[in-house]
Design a protein around this ligand. Sequence first.
Ligand code: HEM
Length: 158
Amino acid sequence: MKSRVHAVAGVLALTLIGSFFVASVVVEVFGDHTAVKAVKTAIAFALLALVPCMAITGGTGRSLSASRSRAPLIRRKQRRTAVAAAIGLLVLVPCAVALQRLAADGDFGTAFAVVQAVELVGGAVNITLLSLNVRDGRLLTAASRRRGKHAATVTAQT
Ligand code: HEM
């Protein structure tokens, strides 16, 4: 159950960050200023879902790995999650808020372009880090299933 909650929260966080990225690029390329403003407002509100998703993923991940916290895959996931959380809080959240304010003021000049570029780079890094965490999570789950099966076989034989 905890593993399900962890996986759903993690994949949801990745989906949200991916959607912010795709929506920002698509609206920059094809949308007018009204569409950009709508997307920036939606992203600023969707942060309210992203932050708890990341917190739940981190908390359940720590608890799932309590007995094997020194395993290399888990240490790598921990490091990636710490970097992703720092980028989220120090780059993505401030950028999303600034872009929403600039768009609301109808200011789509140089400042908007620079902040948008920084947000896209931070978003791309976080998409990569979270995707690697999903991949390693699947490996960890497969390993714990194998361990479970092995334990069941040993018990049945004794
Ligand atoms: C945003 C970051 C993270 C994402 C996106 C993520 C994603 C996932 C996914 C998709 C699974 C597979 C679950 C399944 O197949 O049912 C998983 C498993 C796992 N994750 Fe994470 N994870 C993240 C962070 C962490 C952290 C920080 C830790 C440890 C401190 C951790 C520890 C684990 C463990 C131990 C499992 C295996 C659970 C089991 O035994 O079935 N994860 N993760």
